[in-house]
Design a binder for this molecule. Structure first.
Ligand code: UDP
Ligand code: MG
Length: 167
């Protein structure tokens, strides 16, 4: 049994369909620990980096529009799960990428659809598929200070860039 991390994203269709509670409840079966969570608007830069492995696919532009919220709402909920066999435990509960092929009791099988216009698999959730991708994705979506555990090596940098504070 190996301790792993997984980046989970409740995609814009998941939020619009009010599925946050259902999805987090389904994932709680795994007994994994949530070590990071935030709601955010996905920039084009973040979307394109996240899906860079799909750049040559015919559905890439529609996929970027989908994750940026063009078809639903312009926000997603990003979560980091941590614990034994996190990647496969979560992928199992999510189900297959194509919601029509996903097990009917999986999250994607229950709540996903194929958009008949764009052909995009609107499958309500993202979950990391390998340890290598989990590391790349978590480091892309979260800074170390946003996580409650030090899951990857960190270093201190002294920066003087401006930041927003409460007025
Ligand atoms: N996708 C799609 N059509 C495809 C394959 C993928 O619309 O033929 C979308 C779908 O939303 C999927 C995302 O692109 O979740 C990322 O694809 P990937 O192959 O990484 O699948 P995942 O890891 O999400 O199961
Ligand atoms: Mg993937």
């Amino acid at each position: 049994m190996v301790v792993q991390q997984s980046l989970v994203i409740i995609k814009p269709d998941g939020l619009v369909k009010s599925l946050t509670g259902n999805i987090i409840t389904a994932l709680s079966e795994t007994k994994l620990k949530i070590v990071g969570a935030k709601i955010l608007k996905v920039s084009r830069e973040l979307a394109e980096k996240h899906y860079e492995h799909l750049k040559s696919k015919p559905f890439f532009n529609e996929l970027i529009d989908y994750i940026m919220g063009k078809y639903h709402t312009d926000r997603v909920l990003a979560l980091v799960y941590h614990g034994e066999e996190a990647i496969n435990k979560i992928r199992e509960i999510c189900g297959a990428t194509n919601p029509e092929e996903a097990s009917p009791i999986s999250i994607r099988g229950k709540y996903g659809r194929i958009n008949s216009k764009t052909k995009v698999f609107e499958n309500v959730i993202h979950a990391s598929d390998t340890e290598e991708n989990a590391k790349r994705e978590i480091q892309l979506w979260f800074s170390p200070s946003e996580l409650t555990e030090i899951i990857y090596p960190i270093k201190t940098e002294f920066l003087t860039s401006p930041k927003l504070v409460w007025a």
